[in-house]
Design a protein around this ligand. Structure first.
Ligand code: NI
Length: 171
């Protein structure tokens, strides 16, 4: 399946609220997921949301095994999450550096809930629920924000902490 172009910040399609998926086991949904998986893999992403390839539906995928972009990151299960709902478990927030395929080359320090529950349905329309903490929780919050037209700089407290990755890594 073809790798799709990832839309970049400034494209208005990244600022919309995406629509719920109503129909499952369709060729369109299966093709969308395959395109997202191929695109995420080609870009070495930790996750991808359908609006990032121009599809206005509440579908995200994520997963981190050993990813060259996040060599120290804990692993996150490979997941297809449709029509997600996130509930913080408590008020604890944690700041960490985040990147996004829609803001290539940049990193920002972003506060996120440390512990969440999330639920949604899989590609067959079957409901599931999980608890997540730390990096796993961060990835889910980041990807689901895309479904509400939110990019991570909108979550930042201090835009001085938005930087080019290669400047941050300069010895
Ligand atoms: Ni992103």
């Amino acid at each position: 399946m073809p790798v799709q172009t990832v839309l970049r910040m400034g494209n208005p399609l990244l600022l919309q609220r995406a629509r719920e998926v109503m129909e499952f086991n369709t060729a369109e949904l299966n093709r969308l997921i395959l395109d997202m998986q191929d695109t995420m893999q080609a870009e070495d992403g930790a996750g991808l949301a359908a609006p990032q390839i121009g599809v206005n539906l509440r579908v995200v995928i994520f997963g981190v095994g050993q990813n060259p972009r996040y060599p120290d990151a804990e692993t996150v299960p490979e997941t297809i999450l449709i029509n997600p709902v996130i509930t913080p478990v408590d008020d604890t927030m944690e700041e960490a550096w985040e990147g996004c395929l829609s803001l290539p080359g940049l990193r920002g320090l972003v506060p996120r809930y440390r512990h969440i529950k999330y639920s949604g349905v899989n590609i067959r329309g079957e409901k599931f629920e999980r608890q997540a903490s730390n990096f796993h929780a961060r990835v889910v919050q980041h990807e689901c924000d895309h479904l509400d037209g939110i990019l991570y700089p909108q979550r930042m407290k201090d835009l001085k902490q938005l930087a080019y990755t290669d400047e941050l890594e300069r010895p």
